[in-house]
Design a protein around this ligand. Structure first.
Ligand SMILES: Cc1cc2nc3c(=O)[nH]c(=O)nc-3n(C[C@H](O)[C@H](O)[C@H](O)COP(=O)(O)O)c2cc1C
Length: 158
């Protein structure tokens, strides 16, 4: 089964984990990028998202350039923003059809994952497998052992 990692990352936590996964398994990767980058001011982004996320705002993103038809398994990696996936991922899930795919959510967060995985399931229409949520304390991955184990499981889903 062919795997593709699709991810968004604002402060690089998710990007770091995606890099580790990609180094291990050489999966193809696509980064979701907003057309207008978010401010470097973390608190400003947190405050904006507090307004935007509950309203389901869909910031414009750069186009997806790969052929989804080629892939059976999508590893969808996102930070949690206000109890769900980050807004650029919201745009992606509205624009591209993942129905019929196996979806493995990789969700990074600060301890409050909310309804992120349920929302991915509902909006993607795919079949969720092996979801993982891992907590960061500052820039430190708290759930290191959990993440390592999860990578092994993902690798077994050939
Ligand atoms: C706008 C915003 C909203 C956030 N909301 C939550 C939240 O609801 N729950 C939580 O546990 N962490 C929340 N966080 C923390 C991030 O989910 C966490 O730091 C994540 O690992 C960041 O991933 P990234 O570095 O790939 O962007 C939020 C961070 C930002 C920037």
């Amino acid at each position: 089964m062919k795997h593709l990692i699709i991810y968004y990352s604002y402060t690089n936590h998710t990007r770091e984990l995606v890099k580790r996964l990609q180094n291990k398994f050489s999966y193809d990767v696509f980064e979701i990028e907003p057309v207008i980058p978010y401010s470097n001011n973390y608190q400003q982004v947190v405050d904006e998202a507090e307004r935007d996320v509950p309203r389901g705002v869909q910031p414009e993103i750069k186009p997806f350039t790969l052929d989804l038809e080629q892939y059976d398994v999508i590893i969808l990696a996102t930070p949690v923003w206000w109890y769900t996936f980050a807004s650029p991922v919201n745009t992606f899930l509205h624009q591209y059809r993942l129905q019929g795919k196996i979806i493995i959510p990789l969700v990074t967060n600060g301890g409050w994952i909310g309804h992120t995985i349920e929302d991915i399931e509902r909006l993607s229409g795919g079949t969720i497998q092996n979801p993982i949520s891992v907590k960061f304390d500052g820039d430190r991955l708290v759930d290191e052992a959990l993440f390592e184990k999860w990578m092994e499981r993902v690798g077994e889903s050939k």
